[in-house]
Design a protein around this ligand. Sequence first.
Ligand code: NDP
Ligand code: OXD
Length: 306
Amino acid sequence: MRIYYLSTNGKAAPWLAALREALPGAEVMEWQAGAPPGDHAVVWAPPQQFFDEQPQLRGIFNTGAGVDALLGRQLPPKAVLVRLEDAGMSVQMAEYVCHAVVRHFREFDRIEEDVAQRRWAYRRPNERDDFPVGVMGLGVLGTRVAQALAHFEFPVLGWSRSPREVPGVRCFSGGAGFDDFLRATRMLVCLLPLTPATENIMNRDTLGKLRPGGYVINVARGAHLVDEDLLALLDEGHLAGATLDVFRTEPLPPQHPFWQHPRISVTPHTSARTLRHETVAQIARKIQALERGESIAGVVDRLRGY
Ligand code: NDP
Ligand code: OXD
């Protein structure tokens, strides 16, 4: 069995070593143009040329949860496309989102400003019930995030494509439930996959339905958010702020207004990093299962887009 590893970050060596250790019977190598046919590929955003040269691939394993970049390629029709399921990302995502929610709710930014001025100032505590948090996407990551927020006793709402039940979370689904979900939400978290149905989903119309003083946390993909609409709603005062980890263009261009905006916090696509050990272990288990002819979880439905 031959397995190719392809990444855009130029750090192939430790991945190759980890894959070889986890799959001792396999020939694991970095792909080069003109290389012989492989059986499986472990990839992040590979060039189209790779798929054009490897039409016989049986498994394509993404080293991330979101497969939007891969679905933009022409993939070998028979290969199963497999996404990462958690692999250490859900706890990171829960940390990140809880941090952003708590920082806003507890007004830690303002406290830091006071402290910088050596000002010993108390603020009236906010009421938790006035800060309902709505999580769009109740999959592997969204469910963990919603449950973590519920532990902090925020009112938590969730929205998904099909009906879901998550203890401690008021769940809505589909187009029919979207308006009610938005109108009941003040702090909106996006953990949707990027698909034709979810692109630009955070726009003037939808963000305008959030409760006054709304707050946006985007940890999914930059194309979920219409940048200009967010800026307009912040300027108009309907929204109080945003924490953004993902952007339409990454790295975020130096001249982009998000960098300097006083009520936007920017992080460099770092809310949930791919962890090599967990990722290789999960992918190796799935390759072995496929080789035994077993079915595996995390196979992407290419028509649905996630
Ligand atoms: P999952 O596939 O497990 O969950 C996706 C959720 O979104 C499901 O609940 C699904 O509904 C819901 N959904 C999909 N389409 C729609 C729609 N049209 N309307 C309403 N709900 C919809 O994905 P993960 O939780 O693993 O990951 C989510 C995304 O997070 C990834 O696709 C990726 O873009 C992003 N991500 C970002 C990272 C970062 O570092 N910033 C790191 C990792 C992931 P249903 O339950 O009905 O299927
Ligand atoms: C992912 C990501 O999709 O890191 O896993 O963005």
